[in-house]
Design a protein around this ligand. Structure first.
Ligand code: GLA
Length: 388
């Protein structure tokens, strides 16, 4: 089930939809999970990031109903949700919050009279830091948009997703995940500038290197983790600098010199130091790729990890063991913790000719030295949201 083509996954979703609801779906949307090559915890700080969609997707098949009922079935969780367009509903499961959140925001903005049947199915690993939640949101909203022929611009689309995360799920996240799940291009990663809400699709390809994910299988539940605390710490740090400067600089205008207004040993200094240098690393990595300097690309990934671990403090013991072992593995150029952190995956750049050696080395040493079982995933780039 893990590795399946987009086409097959969509066909499978349509088939399950038909057997569940006894009609063919009117539309099916598929939205990818993502890797983030560099630029971590920069999105809500209006900085830079270089993500790309991956060949793991969430699909949402949908058809009209004649009444005002909403019937949703999640094949992955084997659970259903029924609600009425009119009225509110209490949700318990996280996946339900996304449906109810999206519906509530859509209802506030558009006049929707009839309900729908929806089937959700996908192969994006859940809780692994590869953005299964954003893929779910983007697929759900994509299918609703098609069904009701809603005219939603890209910015509105992202805005709805962000409102759902912030107000219904309770994670004060930035736009990284939805951005890439919606707009990714399989030709290469995106370079996103969150201060301008703009991006470029980079047309580079690595010739002989692969991005490999090592899933620690430590579930990082963003809403309950310290993610929101990091968001708050960065805002406080900015306020502190501005109060000392007697200015109102935006966070993306802060540079290393401004950091001198903070106590070097404080949490606030460490957090913003990560953000400022991570933005610099995005550009450095871009140049290294353009120059074909793969060793440098690897080094920059590893510097990013060090900063995420020591300054931003979003790593954990299992991830540290993975990084230690990977450092000695054959074909490894560099790697780092990816996504929100506190578990999940590392993203690693590995020589394509040595993938098997790399994988068996990592499995063997993590198991024998640290009693750690991990899941290794080879990923390819994918386009963003598609309607089928
Ligand atoms: C999670 C959030 C994103 C982003 C990353 C860290 O994936 O959903 O908005 O902040 O963490 O870069």
């Amino acid at each position: 089930m893990d590795r399946i083509s987009r086409f097959k996954l969509v066909e499978e979703t349509k088939k399950i939809f038909k057997s569940r609801f006894s009609v063919d779906p009117a539309h099916t949307s598929s939205a990818p999970g993502r890797i983030n090559i560099i630029g971590e915890h920069t999105d809500y700080n209006l900085g830079l990031a270089m993500p790309v969609g991956i060949n793991r997707w969430v699909c949402a098949s949908i058809s009209h109903r004649v009444d005002s009922q909403i019937h949703v079935f999640s094949k992955n969780f084997n659970k259903s949700l029924q609600l009425d367009l009119i009225g509110n509903i209490e949700t318990t499961d996280l996946w339900e919050k996304y449906i109810v959140g999206i519906l509530s925001v859509v209802k506030q903005r558009f006049n929707i009279k009839f309900g729908f049947n929806m089937l959700l199915y996908g192969n994006v690993p859940i809780g692994a830091g590869v953005s299964s939640s954003a893929a779910l949101e983007v697929a759900i909203l994509g299918s609703i948009k098609e069904l009701y022929q809603l005219s939603i611009t890209t910015n509105e689309f992202l805005d709805i997703c962000s409102k759902v995360d912030n107000d219904y799920v309770g994670v004060k996240s930035g736009m990284l995940d939805q951005y890439v799940s919606l707009l990714s291009d399989k030709q290469g990663p995106m370079l996103i500038d969150f201060s301008k809400s703009s991006h470029k699709n980079l047309k580079f390809s690595l010739k002989k290197e692969n991005f490999i994910l090592i899933n620690s299988l430590v579930d990082r539940k963003l809403a309950r983790s310290d993610y929101n605390v990091r968001v708050k710490e960065c805002r406080e740090a900015l306020e502190l600098i501005n109060s000392k400067l007697d200015q109102s600089k935006k966070i993306y205008e802060i540079d290393c010199e401004d950091l001198n207004y903070l106590d070097r040993h404080s949490i606030h200094y460490k957090r913003l130091y990560h953000v400022v240098t991570e933005n610099q690393r995005v550009y450095k990595l871009l140049s290294a790729i353009k120059e074909g300097n793969i060793n440098m690309v690897g080094k920059i990934l590893s510097y990013s990890h060090k900063s995420l671990s020591e300054n931003y403090e979003v790593s954990c013991n299992e991830i540290e063991s993975i990084i230690k072992v990977s450092n000695y593995a054959p074909g490894f150029y560099g790697g780092r913790i990816m996504g929100g952190g506190f578990g999940g995956c590392t993203v690693n750049l590995v020589d394509s000719d040595r993938l098997e050696e790399f994988e068996s080395y990592v499995h063997y040493h993590l198991c024998s030295k640290y009693s750690l079982n991990v899941k290794i995933e080879r990923v390819e780039f994918s386009d963003g949201l598609k309607s089928h």
